[in-house]
Write a protein that binds this ligand. Sequence first.
Ligand code: SF4
Ligand code: SF4
Length: 318
Amino acid sequence: MPDELYGNIYDIQKFSVHDGPGIRTDIFLKGCPLRCLWCHSPESQSFGPEVAWMDIRCIGFKYCTLCRDACGKGAISESAPKMSLAAGEELTYPVIDRARCDGCLKCVEACPSTALYNPLRRVTVEDCMRSIRQDKKYYEKSGGGVTISGGEPMSQFDFVLALAKACKLEGFSVALDTTGYAPTERFMEILPFVDLFLYDLKHMDSKRHEVLTGVPNELILKNAEAIAEAGGRFQIRFPIIPKLNDSPANLRATAEFCAGISKAVDVVQLLPYHKLGSTKYTRLGRKYRLVNVEAPSNEFMEEQLKLFQSLGLNAMIH
Ligand code: SF4
Ligand code: SF4
């Protein structure tokens, strides 16, 4: 079918209970215009294919050099010996020189154990719907549905709009997990097909927002107000990252912004920083930059919860 619409995803996660109400199927789209320093899904960031390597699946150069043999760019070399707990012996492993790699994926094709993999999958709306339909009874029992997430799903707008429409046509509730960084007209166009926006706020000062995420925040705040004005519903998500966005001024400004659109806000989730996902950076040959940042204390989170609640918001620590 030459005109078929395709989307690039990196995962479909079933039985999710963290991305909206009830039991949900999460469709994760690949590619994001933001680069949040704390991002726990680095595989979601690039719009294109890339080579990732998972150490526990690799049998080591002693037994297999297929990836190195397949690479015509000389981008794969041998690591220093490391103890393999699974094999009970010291083994050497592939090391990818990302400066030499041109993304041809020949090593991925050659790898017999899927230790090397490309997170990108090209799918149609119907491919997604087949997965979504399988769990219909769980959505009905739990008040769940489908969450379209990313990356930034709005960056693949035609596909996401078609997917949201297909879900609504079959009676599934739709949540859109978004950074808010996309043209306002697109949010207005998709709004009739979205029951809930999972909407991130990261910093209320635009310059600081740009330092932390790579983009300013004016469009994000404007879109939140436009969606609220047009009748959209929100679950606001605010990751609290010590020393980066947890100043009293920013916490209060964020709470006040939420209070300003409170009629449209079902809940504000305060998300304490965590490091889960930092190992994914190693798989992609990247450095995780917040190694020295620790999670905020429970006491600190409780104080912030009270701040948000004091402004009349339904807030929770998630
Ligand atoms: S993607 Fe291609 S160039 Fe890059 S490491 Fe693999 S085989 Fe070599
Ligand atoms: S081809 Fe796969 S299993 Fe073999 S050494 Fe390379 S990454 Fe490991």
